[in-house]
Ligand binder design. Sequence first.
Ligand code: COA
Length: 389
Amino acid sequence: MNVGIDKIGFFTSDYYIDMVDLAHARGDDPNKYLKGIGQQQQAVIPPTQDVVTLAANAADQILSEDDKDAVDMVIFGTETGVDNSKSAAIYVQSLLGISNNARSFEIKQACYGGTAGIQMALDHIALYPDSKVLVLAADVARYGLKTPGEVTQGGGAVAMLLSANPHLLRLDGQSAFHSENIMDFWRPFYKREAIVDGHYSTDVYINFFKTTFEDYCEKYQRTLTDFSALVFHIPFTKMGLKALRTVISDDAHGQKLLSEFELSKQYNAQVGNLYTGSLYLSLLSLLAKATDLKAGDRIGLFSYGSGAQGEFYSATIADELDRDALANQVEPRLAQRTKLTIPEYETLYSTGLPTDGGNVTFDKSHDTGRFILAGRQDDKLVYEDTKKS
Ligand code: COA
């Protein structure tokens, strides 16, 4: 049966900082950030947005009323959960008015959660072909002010609707995966910021890519030339480039994969890291910008979640791509953002829900999202749909 991604939506906050400004403020050469790391801008997430509102706003771009009735599973991949018990998926289901006849839950394995959700959705739809599954991948990437990881922060959400006979991408069920218990990146319960051994993490990521790619090729008797493009989880765009370089040669096909990679990193370079959503924003960038890709072309996707889980899997482009519609998911949103100064960003960075409990009401007057986190009352998060309030 034909199962895959039918629609993709995206959302990020109203604010960003420029990496040249950040480099100047931190006493670094801007080219380290722009070329060495490969990032141009970084989304800054205000207190009025969290993973629930980011994901609800992303899904709102793609779901029709019929979709909302047909969705019988909402899977939320995140490592920035809003509660130790209750899943972010339940909040999104209710904010969007998705049918209550659905299984709604959250998955965590660092940046891999969205991919786990997609694989689970594939199995579910193969069993129940009339069903639709909403997979949400949303995170806020925080490493701390004035840390080496600061240049690789960001945040946002990708929402994907999976169904039988999808219009965008057919999943062929071919996949290779690898996991190991390692400490390259993690976030203890008491911290809002991640702890990362960035150079070690990059080495593990590249090794996991090579391992899963080789396993995949052996399992399914394929070679690099079977792929029209490879897309990567890209916490910073140079990371994916480093992995790609380990498998390509200096021939025409290697050059093609390199130029497709350039297109696949465009949006990520302006948003920064979205953890779970990073691979899927890169996919959106590729599909919107690679004008030579056509129906039937095979794409390889490499997913990586620190700690660590890697997976390389494949999919083929379903119908002729509507690139304008795909670009419309991202570009108008990025174009309307407000640039913050570094001191403004530092102030926003330090605001949020009080960590010791207590009620709070946020100033939501500057947030243009439909769904907003208005605050917390009696230990309950207060979400608002601005279309209704
Ligand atoms: N012009 C151009 N390039 C420059 C430069 C300049 N003036 N100065 C430095 N660079 C290059 C370096 O050569 C290096 O490139 P390379 O990796 O290709 O060798 C790159 O910029 C980064 O420099 P480096 O000294 O390694 O930076 P750093 O020690 O500050 O750390 C990270 C960079 C990415 C490791 C750090 O930001 C980090 O840990 N980020 C988090 C990573 C992450 O999210 N991992 C887990 C998720 S999977």
